[in-house]
Write a protein that binds this ligand. Structure first.
Ligand code: ADP
Ligand code: ZN
Ligand code: MG
Length: 486
């Protein structure tokens, strides 16, 4: 796609996302069945979520509170009496012939998501957020032995978050989705595991000539469930639409299906086959009524938002913006960072060690931040030893790894393995003298003017002391010895 940048000089992408997030409630949206992923297929079903005739749905209060939490967090207007509607279509994984959703009276209207884009903060306005139920899952037999349906997911509560068509590039769409995921995680209302499908995205995309104000015909790409997919899917669709228009053709209003495995979009249906869902208010459900006291209660559960935490980390701890962004990306990581400061570490040291060593151990060991084996308090114990010069930075990093694997404290490990840094001048002088003696050629060259060899000698002394020599003292002793008497 080398001519992508040339193409983007002429065509401006217009993107709006519809994101579906499964709410992590205890039970399903309209029945008492468990909302659980990964269990024995069809072990969480009842007449209501199986769509048997005559079964009556009752709205799940926890799901409504979760949706309100999101609505208030992004500044939406909350509808006092919103309504559930039937969206009628046939599909084997939705046996009652319609999905309960919200249509012209959604729970939340407006609001916005603050993203970080090109180093600045930017608002992405939302059209609406509504509640609906998920469908079951069709499992196509690999041997071609037919299709089975698992209804455990049927009736699981979803929020659909619809953005205005203000996004202008696939990268910006990815930044928006990243932020939305963070908000849902901060609010603790969705597991946001894209692989398990509890956060999914439909992307609407059109292009128009630069400087044109009218929108072009859009296509909709369904079923994107990875960040890579959003970026790649949109990129390929921009490319395809530009080729059509450049060739004098017209973009057809189609629905595409993103194939995550093949990283490619397939046409699912054209406009002619577009559904008429014949929405109408669900007569089995009373309007959702939200009182002022409900809103008060939900407000009391609201937390700091990701962009607010990023800003606070920059102002309160003088962090670099990029570092603040990483440390604020997940609550467990933020909490670990702030607990380390609270336990007495300087913010810059805490940030440096957590972004460096701690995160690489997390990655290598595949542990989560919540269960990181070295507590913030024990990390501070180590950092103090480093700051006070008891151990070198290099040794400190090794000690941390050992703290993680053994569960011992920094001081226990330093003591047990005799890792304390050698800054005692007499012991170090001996090492320095020995190193000079063992490298007569280098010593001669150094004294003949090849001063760059200083680093070589530093390295040799470090090596000889097993990384335990205090760099400052070593430097002083070495300078004296190298420049001293013949
Ligand atoms: P539909 O009637 O097809 O459902 P909507 O107007 O409800 O379309 O919008 C659905 C999504 O498509 C929204 O996220 C919206 O921002 C986006 N959208 C609307 N028009 C366009 C367009 N011309 N190009 C790209 N995205 C668009
Ligand atoms: Zn049920
Ligand atoms: Mg729509």
């Amino acid at each position: 796609m080398s001519d992508m940048s040339a193409l983007l000089k002429r065509w401006e992408p217009v993107i709006g996302l519809e994101v579906h997030a499964q709410l992590s409630t205890t039970t399903k949206m309209f029945c008492g069945c468990r909302n659980a992923y990964g269990d024995q297929p069809n072990s969480h079903t009842c007449p209501t979520c199986l769509g048997l005739p005559g079964a009556l749905p009752v709205a799940n209060e926890q799901a409504v509170l979760f949706a309100l939490k999101l609505g208030l967090a992004v500044g939406s207007e909350i509808t006092q009496f919103s309504r559930f509607a039937r969206k009628n279509y046939f599909y084997p994984d939705l046996t009652k012939g319609y999905q309960i959703s919200q249509y012209d009276e959604p729970l939340c209207s407006g609001g916005s998501v603050t993203i970080r884009w090109e180093g600045r903060s930017q608002e992405i306005p939302l059209t609406r957020i509504h509640i609906e139920e998920d469908a079951g899952k069709s499992i196509h037999d690999e041997k071609g032995d037919g299709t089975r349906v698992d209804f455990n997911r049927c009736g699981v509560p979803l929020v659909e978050i619809v953005s205005e068509p203000v996004i202008r590039s696939p990268q910006e769409a990815k930044a928006y989705l990243t932020r939305l995921k963070q908000i849902l995680e901060y609010l603790n209302i969705c597991d946001c595991n894209m692989e398990e499908g509890n956060l999914r995205c439909d992307a609407n995309i059109s292009i128009r000539p630069r400087r044109e104000t009218k929108f072009g015909v859009k296509t909709e790409m369904k079923n994107i469930n990875s960040f890579r997919g959003v970026e790649r899917g949109l990129m390929s669709e921009i490319f395809r639409q530009a080729e059509v228009l450049d060739g004098g053709g017209e973009v057809e209003q189609v629905t595409l299906l993103w194939n995550e495995v093949e990283q490619k979009a397939e046409v699912m249906r054209s406009k002619e086959e577009a559904h008429d869902y014949r929405y109408f208010p669900d007569p089995d459900l009373v309007p959702l009524s939200v009182s002022e006291s409900d809103l008060e209660e939900v407000r009391s559960f609201l937390v700091e938002l990701p962009h607010e935490r990023e800003e606070r980390f920059v102002t309160d701890y003088s962090l670099k913006e990029d570092d603040a962004v990483i440390l604020a990306s997940e609550t467990p990581l933020s909490a670990y960072f702030e607990a380390t400061i609270e336990a007495g570490a300087p913010a810059s040291t805490a940030a440096k060690w957590i972004l460096g060593e701690v995160l690489s151990i997390v990655k290598e060991e595949g542990v989560s931040m919540e269960s990181f084996p070295a507590s913030p308090k024990s990390l501070v114990g180590l950092l103090q030893s480093v700051i006070e010069g008891e151990v070198t930075v290099v040794t400190g990093k090794e000690v941390l790894r050992e703290m993680v694997s053994s569960g011992l404290s920094a001081s226990e490990i330093i003591e047990k393995e005799g890792l304390a840094q050698v800054s005692d001048a007499s012991a170090l002088s001996e090492t320095v003298a020995k190193v000079l003696e063992e490298n007569p050629d280098e010593l001669k060259r150094y004294r003949n003017g090849k001063k760059a060899l200083f680093g070589f000698f530093m390295g040799e002394v470090m090596k000889a002391s097993g990384g335990k020599s205090d760099p400052k003292v070593t430097q002083k002793l070495l300078t004296e010895a190298l420049n001293g008497i013949d």
